[in-house]
Write a protein that binds this ligand. Structure first.
Ligand SMILES: Cc1ncc(COP(=O)(O)O)c(C=O)c1O
Length: 382
């Protein structure tokens, strides 16, 4: 099958691009000795886990289901972090995870007996909050904002220690503060981590520096990343983990859509597509951001500017304005780029929108259908 013969709307995972990203990440691992995990929340198309497992050390999960998926489909290091675990989840997690990270001392204390009793040795971690915001413009992604529930602040950790908490029960620290950022933001964050928690890093075995590192994006400062990793390895004798999601599958997928109708409002020409930002690419509205569209330019750049909207009832369900060399027609196929991350694992069937099929573009150029969704997938969740 060819990419322009697929039933739309559909996602296409680009295995060649995925492999390119994995090679870049593997290179960082080889050069520094750090371990890199796939953050499954960004990309959990498990058909690619055997490929990803060839290059990365394992996975990190946001809870039991992702941890199970990793154990079933990759079977390498299996880390989990969740702001709070249910007792029955912990019963399962201790059987399948090797690293369990807690968001608070109180959560650790609730579950510590299960960890101690687990047959396999489990490495315990505590998420720390260095209270260092390096991002602007999307507070929803900033775990260091005032009032954040994510990670223990130094003040709270000190209170717990004063009340008798024995930190030697915690093997590693974890922080996640970045979002699509370069290594200068990591460097700034490490300054804050050292300032706030440096004395406590000495007793730990590992440090997980979270995700949000845009390592596979052109222009990423790799040298600075490697310096950051070495700095923490050498100063504190720590094993270093990174757990990017985006960087693993950045630009490694497409969303193909068909133009269903063309309408006009006050001189604005609008394409109605068989896809939806709200349903199939939720980060377009949540981040917000405008994905690349093949053959199109930014609004006003090319001869004709069109607004790309969806077939749902939500007025704001618009992908954005793009410009084209010439007019478009009903039936035209359009291809959005960077549609592997935070799409297949985040989509929904609002308005009864069909879920896009999932296809894979192999390195030899052939396209295979992996998943087909229909009415039953919509109905079973309701
Ligand atoms: C704890 C944690 N780790 C890793 C990630 C992955 O981040 P990214 O996909 O931006 O690399 C996230 C994203 O929200 C996260 O919350």
């Amino acid at each position: 099958m060819k990419i322009n013969e697929l039933k739309t709307p559909c996602y296409v995972i680009d295995e060649g691009k995925l492999t390119e990203n994995l090679k870049i990440l593997h290179h960082v691992m080889q050069r520094t000795g750090a371990k890199i995990l796939l953050a499954q929340k960004a990309f959990s198309a498990f058909c690619e886990y055997p490929l990803i497992g060839k290059y990365l050390s394992g996975t990190t999960a946001s809870g039991l289901y992702e941890a199970r998926l990793a154990q079933e489909e990759m079977g390498k290091e299996n880390h989990v972090f969740c702001p709070a675990y249910l007792p029955e989840e912990m019963d399962e997690l201790v059987k399948i995870c090797d690293h369990i990270v807690f968001n608070s001392v109180s959560q650790f204390l609730v579950h510590k007996e299960k960890i101690k009793k687990a047959a396999a040795g489990i490495s315990t971690g505590l998420r720390i909050n260095p209270e260092c915001s390096t991002q602007e413009g999307h507070e929803i992604y900033d775990p260091c904002g005032t009032g954040s529930r994510l990670g223990v602040t130094r003040a709270e950790l000190d209170k717990a220690i004063q009340n008798g908490f024995d930190l030697s029960q915690i093997d590693g620290f974890h922080f996640h503060t970045l979002c699509e950022q370069n290594s200068d933001a990591l460097e700034t964050t490490l300054d804050a981590v050292e300032k706030k928690f440096g004395d406590l890093l000495y007793g730990r075995k590992w440090l997980n520096m979270g995700g949000g590192h845009h390592i596979t994006k052109a222009g990423y400062d790799m040298e600075k990343l490697e310096d950051c990793i070495r700095r923490m390895q050498e100063t504190y004798d720590l094993e270093i983990y990174l757990e990017p999601g985006e960087a693993v599958a950045l630009n490694a997928g497409y969303l193909e859509t068909t133009v269903l109708d063309i309408v006009e409002n006050n001189g604005i020409k609008i394409l109605v597509l068989d896809t939806s930002a709200a349903c199939h690419m939720p980060d377009v509205l949540e981040m917000p951001y405008q994905p690349p569209l093949y053959g199109a330019g930014k609004a006003g750049e090319k001869a004709e500017t069109w607004r790309l909207g969806s077939a749902t009832c939500l007025s704001g369900d618009v992908v954005g304005d793009y410009s084209f060399d010439g007019p478009l027609q009903v039936g035209d196929l359009l291809l959005f780029g960077d549609m592997a991350i935070y799409t297949t694992c985040k989509n929904n069937t609002f308005n009864g929108m069909p879920l896009p099929d999932i296809n894979v573009l192999r390195e030899n150029g052939s396209v295979e259908n992996l998943k087909h969704f229909g009415y039953a997938d919509f109905k079973m969740r309701l």
